[in-house]
Write a protein that binds this ligand. Structure first.
Ligand SMILES: CC(C)(COP(=O)(O)OP(=O)(O)OC[C@H]1O[C@@H](n2cnc3c(N)ncnc32)[C@H](O)[C@@H]1OP(=O)(O)O)[C@@H](O)C(=O)NCCC(=O)NCCS
Length: 272
């Protein structure tokens, strides 16, 4: 199946524009030996022959989640990717894995759409700017925070899932997840009246969804009601006409100002 892929597809799947060496394929095939799961989709032809048309697998990562890879043969795209991914999500959930992560090229719109439809949050942009690490949940559509964490958790709600202060905040020791917010095509639990697992376990929420929009106002209101102990800081876009009572971050705040504000606002660690 891999030999039927274009160089672009190979690059999207393996970050190299050629069929991977046997050692990579053997590693994918043996993921079950390391508590992972691998699934394949085969197509049975009328003459009884079978053809591999899709594969997906996950490999455990140190934070307690798992990292996924997925390929669908060109002739079977358009439906098989979502089906295979849902089967993998189900298999992971049954095994108690609550989040699945993927490194995706920012230009890989199909894979990003696939993950976005399952409620992704962004874990990292910084190591390689062309690659984004996204995370989805297996138990519900909003992922939980990765299992282990060392710094205060900052949830940023930013349209597009990208925030200018991410790298500086991570470099200063914060754990940062960026949620694309209620403006994306996904269901926002807070706007549906349910506590958001990311917001309720955060030490600070940075709300960069414009408070001038109905969704922005509803989101701020929901945080106050549903996550009362979690501090919220609003980032106003340059066009905003509203100012509220929450601590605020100006749109042109530089990295030093961002880090200083996060340090001041994050809630203190719970007593042991
Ligand atoms: C990524 C991949 C597994 C997706 O499987 P698929 O069967 O093609 O999935 P779909 O055709 O359902 O597309 C997934 C989503 O992308 C959307 N999409 C399709 N073509 C698109 C395009 N050109 N631009 C933007 N979105 C697109 C679909 O509408 C769908 O979104 P929806 O569920 O909201 O409708 C498959 O395309 C593939 O194997 N690509 C090459 C390898 C790869 O990129 N692997 C992922 C590495 S992490």
């Amino acid at each position: 199946m891999y030999t039927s892929l274009t160089n672009d597809d190979l690059y999207r799947r393996f970050f190299q524009a050629h069929v991977p060496p046997a050692s990579t394929i053997e590693r994918i095939l043996s993921t079950a030996e390391r508590d992972g799961v691998g699934l394949v989709a085969v197509l049975e032809e009328r003459d009884g022959s079978v053809r591999l048309v899709g594969e997906t697998s996950y490999e455990m990562v140190p934070d307690g989640g798992a990292e996924i890879g997925i390929t669908v043969a060109p002739g079977s795209r358009g439906w098989l990717g979502p089906y295979l991914l849902d089967a993998l999500v189900e298999a992971a959930g049954v095994r108690g894995i609550t989040n699945l992560q993927a490194d995706v090229l920012v230009e890989n719109r199909r894979m990003l759409a696939l993950m976005r439809a399952r409620g992704y949050a962004t874990m990292d942009h910084s190591e390689r700017p062309s690659i984004v690490r996204v995370v989805i949940g297996t138990e519900r559509r909003t992922p939980p925070w990765p299992g282990t964490h060392h710094g205060a958790r900052v949830l940023v709600e930013a349209p597009g899932g990208r925030w200018h202060g991410e790298s500086a905040a991570r470099a200063a020791g914060f754990e940062v997840l960026v949620c694309p917010g209620p403006l994306a095509h996904t269901r926002c639990p807070a706007l549906a009246g349910e506590p958001c697992p990311l917001a309720s376990a955060a030490d600070l929420v940075v709300d960069a969804v414009s408070p001038d929009t109905p969704a922005g106002r509803a989101l701020l209101d929901a945080h106050g009601r549903l996550h009362p102990g979690v501090p919220v800081c609003v980032e106003f876009p340059p066009s905003a006409t509203t100012t509220g009572s929450q601590p605020a971050l100006g749109p042109h705040a530089d990295d030093t100002a961002v880090v200083a504000l996060l340090q001041r606002l994050t809630r203190p660690p719970a007593p042991a």
